[in-house]
Design a protein around this ligand. Structure first.
Ligand code: ZN
Length: 204
């Protein structure tokens, strides 16, 4: 495995629409391995191939949470040619970060649940219902495959108004709403209890 360089704005590659993968070749497996190494090192919870300058419809993700000892058993997942088949009308808001936009965090509203179809590294096709962080992360990454950046999705606030540096997650935050963000290493959260729902920050 080898780490690859994560491209950042204003790199024009981030505007490309990634191409479907016809066949899971050794090169695709190698790319996925490298993406995991790159993603874990960042650290991030998700990565699209275009973020390492490969315009292919391939996503890596790991949403594993640490156990009570703070140990995290990795749960790497690969999504090839992922598609959103259905979206809930209900929306949810996460404060998202992006590995391709350093120091950029913004509240983004997306469907709370989505049905997703994808192929795994063995060539098997799956359909799953995603909710919570999974739903947010897969939508964030599919945006990357389609050449969109997270800020394109921001509907709650005018661009630039919510830009701020994140602070580290504290124990006090964990008592807020769910504490999910605290359970992810490398995450930050702000205003975990704001009377509506947790606003969480992840980088993907
Ligand atoms: Zn991103």
């Amino acid at each position: 495995m080898a780490q690859r360089e994560i491209i950042i704005l204003p790199d024009k590659h981030l505007r490309l629409v990634s191409k479907a993968i016809d066949k899971v070749t050794p090169e695709i497996r190698k790319l996925a391995e490298d993406m995991f190494e790159t993603m874990y090192a960042a650290p991030g919870i998700g990565l699209a191939a275009i973020q390492v300058a490969q315009p292919l419809r391939l996503i890596t993700m790991d949403l594993a949470k640490p156990d009570e000892n703070g140990e995290t058993e990795r749960k790497p997942r690969v999504f090839i040619n992922p598609e959103i088949l259905a979206k809930s009308e209900e929306m949810s808001v996460y404060e998202e970060g992006c590995l391709s936009i350093p120091e950029y965090y913004e509240e983004i509203e997306r469907p709370a649940r989505v049905r997703v179809r994808f192929t795994d590294l063995e060539g098997q096709v799956h359909e799953e219902d995603a909710e919570g962080l999974y739903a947010t992360c897969i939508q964030h990454e599919i945006d990357h495959l389609n050449g969109a950046r997270p800020r394109d999705r921001c509907r709650l606030y005018p661009r630039g108004k919510t830009r701020r540096a994140p602070r580290a997650y504290t124990a006090a935050d964990a008592g807020g709403a769910g504490g999910t963000a605290a359970e992810h290493p490398g995450f930050h959260a702000e205003d975990a209890e704001d009377g509506r729902r947790a606003r969480r920050v992840s980088r993907a």
